[in-house]
Design a protein around this ligand. Structure first.
Ligand code: ADE
Ligand code: ZN
Length: 338
């Protein structure tokens, strides 16, 4: 079955570093990895919570040194994403995770941007770049990096907020988001992944975000669900990530079907696919194995992703037409014209 065409809106490019590429880049850059071999590394992909994943995620970034390393990582994601049905991707990068290791901001931004510049011609995927800031670092650090990005005219469409959530509320980053809005950037933030529903409210009210990354904990707060449904705030949900980071006990109890029933504007995304057992198509396949999702619901999820994307209305129309075409090919026999 041809994969469902969709936009991927919640993807950390550093979370696409596959073990094989980690070892290849380590060899190229003369970096000693603290793992015996690829199998040893893979066996460590058992996480108890967000922090246990972040520790490994940041450690593995040591292999990213040159502009070419960032380009190779990004091209490798784009190739895999194309096979997964991704037609547009808004890719987050964590600049502070590299500058704090002494890697120049230019290596990171120019390296990723070089791959994105040819994503349409090489992979048929339109792309945008989002600079995500680490919420477990001081807001002043984030502001300084944002100023550097603006000064170098980095090709970013927006900013995000990620890393360890609990104890690092959105309100601490109000000044960063004020600056980003003033600079005409789009704004997204992780909220309600492990943190409480109130962090989602803060992201909406204090950071004025255009989308919420994850947002699953809104289901703990009935009034918030009603508001998100009324305002149709996009929530970029990452089912396999939530299972692997124990934000939910199992996929079978994931709130996605209930979120759809409540009329929330949810899309499916892969977050850190190299770490969480799969890309966008794997997330869709596991959802289909687990839940009785109809073709109409799948199409709704894909349409939501395209409607929530930071793209031109022309590109939006093109992608919505592709989804309609997919639906006409996959509609159950009873629904097909005779
Ligand atoms: N950085 C990379 N993946 C993340 C996630 N799922 N939550 C918060 N920060 C992240
Ligand atoms: Zn994320």
């Amino acid at each position: 079955m041809r994969p469902l065409p969709a936009a991927e809106l919640h993807l950390h490019i550093e979370g696409t570093l596959e073990p094989e590429l980690i070892f290849a880049l380590a060899a190229r850059n003369g970096i000693d990895l603290p793992y015996a071999d690829i199998g040893d590394l893979r066996r460590r992909y058992e996480f108890t919570d967000l922090q246990s994943f972040l520790n490994l995620y940041y450690n593995n970034m040591a292999v990213l040194q040159t502009e070419a390393d960032f380009t190779e990582m990004t091209r490798s994601y784009l190739g895999r994403a194309a096979a997964a049905g991704v037609r547009h991707a808004e890719i987050m990068v964590d600049p502070q995770a590299h500058t704090s290791r002494g890697v120049p901001l230019e290596n990171c931004i120019n390296g990723v941007a070089a791959a994105l510049a040819s994503s349409e011609t090489e992979f048929g995927i339109s792309t945008e770049l989002i600079a995500a800031f680490l919420r477990d670092e001081p807001v002043d650090d984030a502001l300084a990096v944002l100023e550097s990005l603006l000064a170098m005219e980095a090709p970013i469409i927006g900013i995000g907020l990620d890393s360890a959530e609990v104890g690092h509320p959105p309100r601490d980053f109000a000044a960063l988001y004020e600056r980003a809005h003033e600079a005409g950037l789009k704004c997204v933030a992780h909220a309600g992944e492990e943190g409480p529903a109130d962090y989602i409210r803060q992201a909406l009210d204090l950071l004025q975000v255009d989308r919420v990354d994850h947002g699953i904990r809104c289901m703990d707060d009935e009034a918030l669900v009603e508001r998100l449904a009324a305002e149709q705030t996009p929530l970029t949900v990452c089912p396999l990530s939530n299972v692997r980071l124990r934000a939910v006990d199992t996929l079978a109890v994931h709130p996605l079907p209930r979120m759809l029933e409540r009329g929330l504007n949810v899309s499916i995304n892969s977050d850190d696919p190299a770490y969480f057992g799969g890309y966008l198509d794997d997330n869709v396949a596991r959802l289909l194995e687990t839940f009785d999702l109809s073709t109409t619901q799948l199409v709704r999820l894909a349409e939501n992703s395209v409607r929530a994307a930071f793209i031109s209305n022309e590109r939006r129309r093109e992608l919505l037409a592709e989804i309609q075409q997919w639906q006409s090919e996959h509609a159950p026999a009873a629904e097909s014209p005779t």
